[in-house]
Design a binder for this molecule. Structure first.
Ligand SMILES: Nc1ncnc2c1ncn2[C@@H]1O[C@H](COP(=O)(O)OP(=O)(O)OP(=O)(O)O)[C@@H](O)[C@H]1O
Ligand SMILES: O=C(O)c1ccc[n+]([C@@H]2O[C@H](COP(=O)([O-])O)[C@@H](O)[C@H]2O)c1
Length: 198
């Protein structure tokens, strides 16, 4: 089994997340890609939606996307969300591919025990407008020393961010081009992002 993992705050999930997960699945021949909403993304708090709301939005968003699943492993856990803890809790056996955008790659060496994460998964990075795709020096050295490579995913750049979506909702503007209709409806029904949280 080859399983892709796309972790995120998903506050809210948007079309670039879905495109990224599907692109990785196709390009790398993955059996499935699991979207994993972080329970308490410690570098991100406060968030506009609760862990269960972000999980529900992801569950709605992946409807009709074959091979994409929502994994509640991090929203079911309490305390700050550390990716290594998640990897430790996943079943052994499959080959895991951790998918991330260029912005998070730049940040990767601030993750808790990042080198253990890099040893456990194949890292897969996608370009993102506004974030030059640069490999942090420490990670580049680690990859070379451990004869490991970073996979660069062929991915058509999409200038979409959850921050832009939250801002638009706060301003009362449409987000229909950036998020699935079911997610827009959920946000409206739950009154999310009408006021700025950070
Ligand atoms: N437009 C995009 N292109 C490529 N990767 C993306 C894009 N949007 C999000 N990602 C990646 O998806 C993962 C989860 O992202 P996250 O849930 O934090 O969304 P975000 O849009 O970056 O949020 P925010 O705007 O609040 O910072 C991260 O690895 C991020 O780099
Ligand atoms: O493990 C860590 O210390 C760590 C630090 C920062 C980010 N992450 C993970 O990176 C993913 C993307 O995070 P974010 O902030 O872009 O939503 C998400 O799965 C986070 O849990 C993980």
């Amino acid at each position: 089994m080859r399983i892709g993992l796309l972790g995120g705050s998903f506050d809210p999930v948007h079309c670039a997340h879905l495109a990224l997960a599907s692109a990785a699945r196709e390009a790398l021949g993955l059996d499935q890609v699991q979207l994993i909403p972080a329970g308490q993304p410690w570098q991100r708090l406060p968030l506009g939606a609760s862990p269960s709301q972000r999980l529900e939005m992801v569950t709605l968003a992946i409807q009709g996307h074959p091979g994409l699943t929502a994994n509640p492993i991090e929203t079911d856990r309490s305390g700050p969300t550390y990716t290594l803890e998640t990897l430790n809790a996943l079943p052994q056996g499959p080959d895991y591919f951790w998918i991330l955008g260029a912005d998070q790659l730049s940040n990767f060496c601030t993750w808790r025990h990042w080198s253990e994460i890099a040893a456990r998964v194949q890292l897969v990075v996608a370009q993102r407008p506004g974030s030059p795709l640069t490999v942090p020096q420490e990670l580049a050295q680690w990859l070379a020393a451990n004869q490991r490579e970073l996979i660069e995913l062929p991915f058509h750049p999409l200038d979409v961010s959850a921050n832009e979506i939250r801002n638009r909702i706060t301003r009362g503007e449409s987000t229909s081009d950036l998020i699935p209709g079911v997610v827009a409806q959920y946000i409206s029904e739950h009154g999310l992002y009408r006021q700025r949280t950070a």
